[in-house]
Design a protein around this ligand. Structure first.
Ligand SMILES: [Zn+2]
Length: 86
């Protein structure tokens, strides 16, 4: 966030964990989960799964051998489309 420097941040390509805000954009880490509009990184995921499972909260686990960044990116892409009111 520097002013005077016109850095354009394309949020479509930046993948942050919605819990710990870790930047996974260039990370090769696999796993993680999606919960509603939240993307939870592989590090935070186990705790979230443990908390959410008894409540029946729908959790989408990122497929094996898929990077968290790809998984979260795909989810956001479809999310913003689905969330757009007609
Ligand atoms: Zn995290």
């Amino acid at each position: 966030m520097t002013s005077g420097n016109h850095t354009i941040i394309d949020i479509g390509e930046t993948v942050l964990c919605d819990l710990c805000n870790a930047d996974y954009t260039d990370s090769e880490a696999e796993g993680g989960i999606l919960m509603g509009t939240y993307a939870i990184c592989p590090t935070c995921a186990p705790g979230i799964i443990r908390d959410a499972e008894p409540t029946g909260e729908p959790i989408v686990r990122c497929p094996a051998q898929t990077r968290f960044s790809e998984c979260a990116d795909a989810a956001r892409g479809s999310d913003s489309r689905y969330a757009t009111p007609r």
